[in-house]
Design a protein around this ligand. Structure first.
Ligand SMILES: Nc1nc2c([nH]c(=O)n2[C@@H]2O[C@H](COP(=O)(O)OP(=O)(O)OP(=O)(O)O)[C@@H](O)[C@H]2O)c(=O)[nH]1
Ligand SMILES: [Mg+2]
Length: 315
């Protein structure tokens, strides 16, 4: 049997204070009835994703969208169909959303989304909604006070909310000491901290998660940390992206987009190849390699969550 291919446009509508997202409950008599979803529906023939999104949100919620940005595209195999969920983040709209088709509609704080049952295809979307567009990777530092000052500047002035502590130059004890201070700073500013280290390091430092090197990624057979921690991995190709999906990574970095001074010999993949890899990744992907925050909109337009960078945030 040839499966039906269904292209669906859906919206993550964000409240004005950026803290809540709108979800709706599917009526009990339809596909995935009783589960929660992001409002939206199937595209009509010849409709683009954004046109379909605008029509569906008018029909289902009575709102008119004025500003939307691509968030994530998820391909998912259901037993009876292949579905493409084309999800947009909606920042501005007019009208007060209500369930025009009788469905329940609710604004939910981001950190409570996990309490609502969604269809199986939605897991990557929930991750994408919770993640910011910028991912700071810390640089090498020889001076601990300067490390703290630079991290704090990025948290305070650049509003960074996701940080990877990368410090290959430190031994175990020095890494733990720096990580404990970085964690305290991140907590103070409401940011998440992932450690680029062996997963067991979470026993010493109760950070928010682990960033696997591509080498660690390829050696693992199963997810090495609990589901309530964030697992990310550094990837460079299809095989590594597949392995990340198999382990249940919550997101990844994909590099190098451009040539960088730190890796001058590695050929860059460029936006075209990057887009092809992201399309099938099935999880949020941060573009890495010569990125600055001015690349974030372009990264989003080709399907990425946003950009990861050392140099642009480490000042
Ligand atoms: N809108 C929406 N659909 C989703 C989500 N997740 C998910 O698996 N789906 C699936 O994608 C398909 C979307 O169909 P839909 O029922 O919303 O389509 P529609 O609004 O055009 O309704 P209709 O075709 O009944 O008129 C369903 O099979 C649904 O279960 C989601 O978050 N939002
Ligand atoms: Mg619908």
């Amino acid at each position: 049997m040839v499966k039906r291919r269904v292209h669906v446009a859906a919206a993550a509508m964000i409240s004005a204070d950026q803290k809540q997202v709108l979800i709706a409950r599917r009526p009990s008599n339809v596909d995935h009835g009783g589960l929660w979803e992001f409002p939206g529906g199937k595209l009509a023939p010849y409709e683009t994703g954004l046109e379909g999104l605008k029509r569906e949100l008018h029909e289902e919620l009575g709102v008119e969208i004025s500003c939307a940005q691509p968030l994530i595209r998820v391909h998912h195999e259901y037993p009876d169909k292949h579905i493409l969920l084309d999800v947009w983040q909606v920042h501005a709209f007019s009208g007060e959303p209500f369930g025009r088709e009788g469905q329940a509609v609710r604004w939910v704080p981001m950190n409570e989304l996990a309490n609502y049952p969604f269809p199986a295809a939605n897991l990557p979307i929930l991750r994408a909604v919770m993640l910011p567009t910028e991912y700071l990777i810390t640089a090498e530092e020889t001076d601990e006070a300067r490390f703290d000052a630079r991290l704090e500047r990025a948290l305070k002035e650049d509003n960074i909310r996701l940080v990877q502590l990368r410090a290959k130059e430190l031994d175990h004890n020095a890494f733990v000491a720096r990580a404990l201070r970085a964690l305290a700073l991140c907590r103070h500013y409401g940011a998440r901290l992932l450690l680029n280290a062996a997963p067991a390091l979470l026993d010493d430092v109760d950070a928010d998660g682990i960033q696997l090197t591509s080498e660690r990624l390829m050696q693992l057979e199963r997810r090495p940390i609990a589901e309530n921690k964030w697992l990310s991995a550094s990837t460079h190709n299809t095989a590594q992206l597949k392995q990340a999906a198999m382990l249940g990574c919550d997101f990844v970095t994909l590099s190098p987009l451009r040539t960088t001074p730190s890796h001058p010999d590695v050929p860059p993949m460029g936006w075209h190849d990057f887009q092809q890899l992201v399309e099938r990744a099935g999880m949020p992907v941060f573009a890495l390699g010569g990125m600055t925050r001015f690349d974030a909109n372009h990264a989003r337009a080709v399907g990425a969550q946003g950009i990861a960078s050392i140099r642009d945030f480490w000042k």
